[in-house]
Design a protein around this ligand. Sequence first.
Ligand code: NAD
Ligand code: MG
Length: 394
Amino acid sequence: MTKPQGIAVLGATGSVGCSTLDVIARHPERYRVVALSGHRQLDKLFEQASRFRPDYLVVADADAAAQLALRLEQAGLPGEVLHGPQALEEIVRLPEVDAVMAAIVGAAGLPSALAAAGAGKRILLANKESLVVAGRLFMDAVRRSGAGLLPVDSEHSAIFQSLPADYAGQPALAGIRKIILTASGGPFRGKSAAELLDVTPADACRHPNWSMGRKISVDSASLMNKGLEVIEAHWLFGVPPEQIEVVVHPQSVIHSMVQYRDGSVIAQLGSPDMRTPIACALAWPERIDAGVEPLDFFSLSSLSFEKPDLANFPCLRLAFDALAMGGDAPAVLNAANEVAVDAFLNGRLRFVDIPKVVSETLSGVDLAASASLDALLARDEDARRFARGRVAAC
Ligand code: NAD
Ligand code: MG
């Protein structure tokens, strides 16, 4: 029997992290959890540590680390507790870590995902913000080290599965006409501008098909999530923006498609359950049980398709604009969006002002391309400062 693969799950306590552990628990002979990170969610992390007995745990700061270490000791559980962003980078580089699930939310997930890329690990990438902020640096690091990069975002997993097996990032050679990203349209699909004026964070987090963390739920409601995914697809598959199209498909059964020059369209279908793309990334090119209900075609009433409503949901257009502007524009877009979404979730900004803050920040911050990670993180900080000012002015 072959040795189980060592896995580090970053963002283990989140929505994707929990689904990852659910899949891993079904295959103890294939996977061993080496490390888990959970920032400030200590109760959940403790519960996961009792179940999976990792060698390392990573939390936000020294206080949280001391608390968790004490609880583990009292319960007679193993596991060394580390803390801070640097510790996340250290654990992904451990020789016993074969694969890293990058499932931290936001640009906070970038340095550790980049460290995994630099160390040549197999990266299971849920943290789309890494590619939005640092697409070029990230893909260069992957190429240099020979790391494996497997998309976990359901649309990108669908595209990955619909591309030719030997796809080398050259759409023209592969005969590709378009990458078609499907979007559910989110909880506010069909709402008018007037109806959007007083929506609340609870409304935004009530997604019709997927159960997700709060930040990505708001992004789905504003269509910024689809915008971030357009940028993610551009970097992952080497496809120019004009060959990426967004189609609203409210049932979320088709998870995305590749349209070829000869008229063929290859799509990936399934129930809207993140355990499918997670299992696909974990086991690729093999297929393993993910605990997902098989798709029942007889209970699907219909599959429908619409154009996205860019007038009421301008975030998608802003993301296409940022990709066309190039340089640091996508990083600035992402930083402003993180600030605006956080303000919305905390009752300091209206939903309709999220695109306003993003657009003003794109106009107010220098967008010239940063050449290093440090320069990029400084730009991210500039954009956040500017966006906070715009939030205060709204
Ligand atoms: P979540 O909010 O449920 O979980 C986020 C995780 O990150 C938690 O473990 C949290 O403790 C950790 N975290 C938060 N802030 C941190 C920080 N500053 N430093 C270190 N760790 C921190 O989020 P989620 O819905 O699981 O999404 C995670 C990532 O996966 C996001 O990038 C999201 O866009 C992407 N994604 C999620 C889904 C989904 O269905 N939830 C689907 C596709 C892609
Ligand atoms: Mg997605």
